[in-house]
Design a protein around this ligand. Structure first.
Ligand SMILES: NC(=O)c1ccc[n+]([C@@H]2O[C@H](COP(=O)([O-])OP(=O)(O)OC[C@H]3O[C@@H](n4cnc5c(N)ncnc54)[C@H](OP(=O)(O)O)[C@@H]3O)[C@@H](O)[C@H]2O)c1
Length: 245
């Protein structure tokens, strides 16, 4: 990918592992300044040591006050926030009959409320800077009818609509909102489901690497496309890198 980030401040949630970590590495490679957030402070600190210009800001984004603090700390440190990548998320893979309200509330807080709160928290700064970019990480499961993942897919479907509406609401102010839909990806996600297990239908699929998904996130950031859908199947680096304006 030829384009660079040239000192842009990029706040990434869920940066302690998987897609978020790979995205942080790519941001640093493109000369952006990653702000790394997640709950595991040790992981964030270790990554921040490796990446030039990186800042670790631990937060549990299910807590609205911690989301507010995360953005405030970013602004105190850098004086601006150019990009927000809402990536933290968790699965809940059970047939609907078995989904508990407690689990559903927990993943809704993480997958849906937290991205909304983070968007709300960065808007005043982005507005006063004259613009900004937001990338929300959804899931391909929200684009298909897949038994066993309905509750998780529903939280991501809610995020999709929020993002598409935000794109329209914020475009006049130069704030560009995009969605990325990863397919199955080789990360800790599948071992850290809130409840349930990966549906058997996923067994035949070859997972993508988190680096591949990170490329799609960076593409969304650079092109401002409303939606970047990552299809199942072999990784097609050139398509992900070069498609779009
Ligand atoms: N892997 C897949 O197959 C796949 C497919 C489609 C979409 N996705 C989406 O991709 C995104 C990234 O997931 P991943 O695959 O990279 O999985 P992952 O390795 O498990 O990463 C999830 C990240 O979210 C963070 N997180 C979890 N709960 C949090 C909380 N309460 N507050 C703050 N951070 C929290 C985790 O860090 P801490 O534990 O340190 O807080 C971790 O950094 C998620 O939104 C997921 O829904 C994944």
């Amino acid at each position: 990918m030829a384009r660079g980030l040239d000192g842009m401040v990029v706040l990434i949630t869920g940066a302690s592992s998987g897609i978020g970590e790979a995205t942080a590495r790519l941001v640093a490679k493109q000369d952006g300044l990653p702000v790394l957030s997640a709950r595991r402070a040790d992981q964030l600190e270790a990554l921040a040591q490796e990446l030039p210009g990186a800042l670790a800001v631990p937060a549990d984004v299910r807590d609205p006050e911690q989301v507010r603090q995360l953005v405030e700390t970013t602004l105190e440190h850098h004086g601006r926030v150019d990009v927000l990548i809402n990536n933290a998320g968790q699965g809940l893979h059970l047939p609907l009959e078995q989904v508990s309200l407690e689990d559903l509330v927990a993943i809704t807080q993480l997958n849906f409320y937290a991205p909304l709160l983070a968007m709300q928290a960065v808007l005043p700064a982005m507005r006063s800077q004259g613009g900004g970019k937001i990338v929300n990480v959804s899931s391909g499961t929200s684009r298909m009818v897949l038994p066993g993942v309905g509750a998780y897919a529903a939280t991501k479907s809610a995020l999709n609509m929020l993002s598409l509406v935000a794109k329209e609401e914020l475009a006049p102010e130069g704030i560009i909102v995009s969605l990325v839909y990863p397919s199955i990806t080789s990360t800790e996600f599948h071992d850290k489901l809130r409840a349930g297990s990966v549906p058997s239908g996923a067994a035949g699929l070859t997972p993508h690497s988190p680096e591949y998904v990170a490329m799609a996130i960076l593409r969304a950031l650079h092109t401002g496309e409303a939606e970047v859908i990552i299809p199942h199947g072999p990784e097609r680096h050139e398509e992900i890198e070069l498609a779009g304006p």
